[in-house]
Design a protein around this ligand. Structure first.
Ligand code: BTN
Length: 259
């Protein structure tokens, strides 16, 4: 398949959403869609504005890591203006949207590793970064950043080959990035609206987590915790049971599955 080219209009034309992706700003190359989205949000961009790039030169991952973002992948950020109460649920909305989108477009089964890595066959295919600005009890803006390895040949990236995969490597053929992006935007809007109309994304997010019941190591800042990932709370935290019976609530971090 020829490399599918993206443009703002190819994403927005007849897109089946009310506001997510109705305005798209497309860049062939930029530093990070998070940076541009932040600038747009500070200048009052409407809810649902999306920044998309073919390639990022300074892609940002969680925990201040670098996110590899070459051509052939998807890198996008969505600007939202949620109520404060919905902020913890955005990781659930975003990771479920990626899972649903991957399954709808490719038929591949995807899982979530707490808090929000999307995996196929135990390898990472997508990552999510949420950033925002809260003033008092008002959310000025929140940005959902999503990176999906779509047409990445992992054999070209031996440094991450053992932990990462792509839709094309899993499927054995290239996948339309345009279709993935459009489906992703539809799913984000559906789940975000569901949240705001009293529906819950928590149960499905919890059910999709491959982490629960497993022996894990969690790195969070300077702390390292070990135990069994027992459950998650509705604010998205992980409850870790230690061998002495005690329980730790962990709000974020990096999980290694040990069994
Ligand atoms: C992670 O798993 O560490 C999160 C990765 C998030 C990557 C996406 S790509 C689009 C957006 N722009 C960035 O610079 N980062 C996010």
């Amino acid at each position: 398949m020829e490399e599918d080219s993206l443009s703002a209009s190819s994403i927005t034309d007849n897109l089946d959403t009310h506001f997510i992706g109705q305005r798209v700003i497309y860049y062939p190359r930029l530093t990070s869609t998070m940076e541009v989205a932040k600038r747009e949000a500070q200048q009052g961009a409407a809810e649902g504005t999306v920044i998309v790039a073919d390639e990022q030169t300074a892609g940002k991952g969680r925990l201040k890591r670098i996110w590899l973002s070459p051509k052939g992948n998807i890198a996008l950020s969505v600007i939202l203006h949620p109520d404060l109460a919905y902020l913890p649920s955005l990781i659930m909305v975003a990771s479920l949207a990626v899972v649903h989108c991957v399954e709808a477009v490719t038929g591949l089964k995807a899982q979530i590793k707490w808090p929000n890595d999307v995996l196929i066959n135990n390898k990472k295919v997508g990552g999510i970064l949420i950033e925002g600005d809260v003033k008092g009890n008002m959310v000025d803006y929140a940005i959902i950043g999503i990176g999906v390895n779509v047409n990445l040949r992992l054999s070209d990236f031996p440094e991450i080959q053992s932990i990462a995969t792509s839709l094309s490597d899993e499927l054995g053929k290239e996948v339309s990035r345009l279709e993935v992006i459009r489906q992703l935007l539809v799913e984000i809007e559906r789940l975000y609206l569901m949240l705001q109309t009293g529906g819950s994304v928590f149960e499905e997010w919890q059910d999709r987590l491959i982490t629960l019941g497993r022996r894990v190591t969690v790195k969070w800042g300077k702390n390292i915790y070990q135990g069994i990932a027992e459950s998650v709370t509705t604010d998205g935290s992980l409850l870790l049971r230690h061998s002495d019976g005690s329980l730790t609530k962990i709000a974020g971090g990096d999980v290694t599955l040990r069994d």
